[in-house]
Ligand binder design. Structure first.
Ligand code: GDP
Ligand code: MG
Length: 341
C-alpha cells in the first residue's frame, strides 16, 4: 500500500479516502450523505412494508352484478351497467386509492361460450383475469346454480389465491332462501369465503372491501395515486354511448354496434367530441338514426348528460353512423377496437 495525495491505494487498485484537512470536510459531508441516504431508504422500506397493493379480479356469469360492484367500490361509473347480458366487452381496471393502500379491481365480461371472434377475445380478457390476480372475486346471484363454463369453474375451485364468493342480489331474497344458497355454495366452492351482498343497495359491500384490504399483499402502489382507471378518456365516451344504445334498441342492434371516438378536444370549459357509431348493415343504420333522427338524438342527449357528469365539464357531442360489414368477425377491425389482447 502507498499513500498518494490523500488517497490510499490498495493493492487491488481500489481507492478509499484518507483523512487530510480537505478530505475531512469531504468525509463529514459524505457521512451526512450516507446518513441521509440511509434515512431515505429506511423510510421507503418502512412505507413499503405498511403499504398494501394488489389486483382483485371480478369474474362470474353475465348479469350477476360485477360492474355494479366495481362501480360501488370505485365510486364512479367506470363500467356501464344494463340489464342485458354482455354489456361489458373489455377488461376494465378500477383503482381505489388510500394513503396506505391501492386496490386495483378488474371488471371482466361475463363468462360465455364464444360464438364469434369478438366473444373469443372477450373470453381472453377473462382468462387473463386469472393470471395476475392477488385475490379473486367470484360473483354469483341468488338462485344461480353454477358457472356455465366448467373449465373456468375448475380454475376457481383450485385457485391458489384467496377467493371471495359474493352472493349478490340478496335484496331479491329472503332469509330461508339465503341460508339454502349459502349452504350450496359452501359445498360447491370450499376454498372460498362467502359474503351475501347487494351491490346495488351497498349492503355488505364495505365489509367485502375491508376483507380485501386485510388480504392484500404488502406492496408499493402500481399506479399513480390520482389514477382511477387504466382506460383513456375516449374509452368512457365510447362506453357511455354504447350503454344508451343497449338501453334503447332491441334485438341484435346493440351487439352489432361499436363506437369509436374520433375526436376528443378538451379546453378549459368544454370538451368537443366526435364519435362514430359503426353498424354491420344498412338496415341497422336506419334503425339507429330512426324517424327524422329522433332515436339517435335521444342517444346524444342522454350520453351528453352522463358525460358532463363524468368529466365535470360542458360537452359538445357530435355523432355519425357508418356501415362496416361484419366488423365483429374481422380480426383487423377487432384489433382497431381494442379486442385483441
Ligand atoms: P354484470 O353483467 O355482471 O356486469 O352485471 P351488471 O352490473 O351490469 O348488472 C346487471 C343487472 O343486475 C343490472 O340491471 C343491475 O342493476 C342489476 N343488479 C346488480 N346488482 C344488483 C343487486 O344487488 N340487486 C339487484 N336487485 N339488482 C342488481
Ligand atoms: Mg358488466
Amino acid at each position: 500500500m502507498r499513500i498518494v495525495a490523500g488517497l490510499l491505494l490498495s493493492q487491488n487498485g481500489l481507492s478509499v479516502a484518507v483523512l487530510t484537512a480537505d478530505s475531512l470536510k469531504r468525509s463529514t459531508y459524505s457521512r451526512r450523505m450516507r446518513q441521509l441516504k440511509w434515512q431515505i431508504t429506511t423510510f421507503a422500506k418502512i412505507s413499503i412494508m405498511t403499504h398494501k397493493a394488489g389486483f382483485v379480479n371480478i369474474i362470474g356469469n353475465p348479469n350477476v352484478g360485477k360492474s355494479t360492484l366495481m362501480n360501488a367500490f370505485v365510486g364512479e361509473r367506470l363500467s356501464i351497467i344494463t340489464s342485458k347480458a354482455q354489456t361489458t366487452r373489455h377488461r376494465i381496471l378500477g383503482i381505489v386509492n388510500g394513503d396506505d393502500f391501492q386496490v386495483i379491481l378488474s371488471d371482466t365480461p361475463g363468462i360465455i361460450k364464444p360464438a364469434y371472434e369478438m366473444q373469443e377475445s372477450m373470453m381472453n380478457f377473462v382468462k387473463s383475469a386469472f393470471e395476475d390476480a392477488d385475490i379473486l372475486i367470484y360473483m354469483v346471484e341468488i338462485g344461480e346454480q353454477a358457472l356455465k363454463d366448467e373449465a373456468f369453474f375448475n380454475k376457481i375451485i383450485h385457485a391458489k389465491i384467496p377467493v371471495l364468493l359474493l352472493l349478490n342480489k340478496i335484496d331479491n331474497s329472503n332469509q330461508e332462501q339465503l341460508e339454502v344458497q349459502v349452504a350450496f355454495w359452501t359445498e360447491k366452492v370450499p376454498n372460498a369465503e362467502i359474503f351475501p351482498i347487494s351491490a346495488l343497495k351497498n349492503f355488505n359491500v364495505p365489509e367485502v372491501f375491508a376483507r380485501i384490504l386485510a388480504l392484500l399483499p404488502l406492496s408499493p402502489a402500481f399506479y399513480p395515486k390520482d389514477q382511477l382507471t387504466d382506460k383513456p378518456e375516449r374509452f368512457f365516451v365510447n362506453e357511455t354511448i354504447r350503454e344508451k344504445i343497449l338501453l334503447h334498441y332491441s334485438k341484435e342492434i346493440p351487439y352489432a354496434v361499436e363506437i369509436e371516438t374520433e375526436e376528443f378536444i378538451e379546453d378549459d370549459k368544454i370538451i368537443r367530441i366526435r364519435a362514430l357509431i359503426m353498424v354491420e348493415r344498412d338496415t341497422q343504420k336506419g334503425i339507429i338514426i330512426g324517424h327524422k333522427g329522433e332515436a339517435l338524438k335521444r342517444v346524444g342527449v342522454e350520453s351528453r348528460a352522463d358525460l358532463e357528469k363524468f368529466f365535470g365539464k360542458q360537452i359538445h357531442l357530435e355523432m355519425y353512423v357508418k356501415v362496416n360489414k361484419n366488423w365483429r368477425s374481422n380480426t383487423n377491425q377487432l384489433r382497431r377496437f381494442g379486442y385483441n389482447n
